[in-house]
Design a protein around this ligand. Sequence first.
Ligand code: NAD
Length: 477
Amino acid sequence: MNSPTPTLDQTQDDLLERITPTGGERREILDPATGQLVGHAPVHGLDDLEAAVARAAAAQPAWAALGHERRSAVLLEAADAIDASAEALARILSREQGKPLNGPNARFEVGGASGWLRAAAATPLEAEVILDDGDVHAELHYRPIGVVGAIGPWNWPQMITVWQIGPALRMGNTVVVKPSEYTPLSVLALVEVLNTVLPAGVLEIVSGGREVGAALAAHPSIGKVMFTGSTSTGKAIIRSSADTVKRLTLELGGNDAGIVLPDVDPSAIAEGLFWGAFINTGQTCAALKRLYVHDDVYDAVVEALADVARAMPMGVGLDEQNVLGPLQNRQQFEIVDRLVEAAKRAGANVLVGGDPDRDGPGNFYPTTLVEVADHDLGLVQEEQFGPALPIVRYHDVDEAVALANSVDVGLGASVWSSDLVEARRVAARLEAGTVWINAHGAIHPMVPFGGAKQSGYGLEFGVEGLKALGVPQVING
Ligand code: NAD
């Protein structure tokens, strides 16, 4: 008799079993939608970090010696491995992070992880002839850095890990990953899948807390840290990396503004505005977090957006109908709750939501739209990082631009208009790393992405992203 084809759940269980620690300290990881056990993550410490860095350093010369073409081939095979385990990876991600399988969520994230890895593998990077005038022949090359540290957040744990490790590996570095303590299983599972293809030591993972991240950022054998997370942690990493003059790419917090100009068709942009703000239930660095709407179209835009918001199902991630999920952790739930409650006390008008069930089950905070007159409210000034969008009415575009630029972060921004020329003119005035027109947060593996102001520095994706994982070397002569 043939053995039965494994079901998707068995595959997921197999993968969870492979990453479950057999000894040492371990910790329970609970589903933020239900409180049920998802699995156990190892609690690695500083000795584990030392061992992982040593293995990565030992593996690096042979990995670099493979050259671009052979490394790219290995990385494409690793992307195939992600595709082959895509459903299991998506289910573990959904249960641990909370994001639904469907919508721009878990399956989308796993697809992004594979797609970005393919792009990092396939993007050509040729040496550039900088000057060749008869006297001087100067070429710019990029050498591997050595061992790279990759420290990640809990909101898009698998995709962001690939953003960090894909270009690092492609450029001949080996990597030690330190996932967020909130979502270690998603990243352990991803690394487990990638390591079915990669040579031993090329990709290491240390599943520890903040102290392990801090030690990685200070480690003398780490040449560069790729960090995605909050601005305050980014500042700590700058400090701990200073003594060894590490290279850094810092993708930090945002508080993105969207400006709706008076010539829009409200019903045509409502769904784009919704997903710009509420993708991943608002837990997205470059999500629309402050919406400025011109007086002329204010009522119509707000009404159209509220209609979309009310129709989007929120619930347990594994339920196929949902497109919004819980907040990943209680701390984040409390931040959103505190900011909305303070706005209410200050007289802001809640149009949709704002009434969470604080006794659970799960960290569900409802989709919330708040009309705000006072721009100094915390809900506007702080990165709320959840499903609560403040909406501000404006009369004059100069005023909207000034308000959009008034915070000290600048990751993304957007301008919404039927007039592309005017939209581009407004876009050029916004202090943000990316300004989208009639969209928000639409990223692409070949288009560079990075922050302005305290949203960080360095670019990811495309050729610029590869260059950031190499040491520039000029060969002159
Ligand atoms: P966080 O800064 O709390 O943690 C991120 C990672 O840093 C975790 O792995 C954590 O263990 C580690 N860490 C904590 N203290 C450290 C230290 N002193 N030294 C080294 N590592 C340390 O961020 P989070 O709450 O997980 O993620 C949410 C934040 O990330 C939001 O601000 C969001 O905007 C930002 N983010 C930015 C981008 C981007 O591309 N710019 C993308 C996603 C998330």
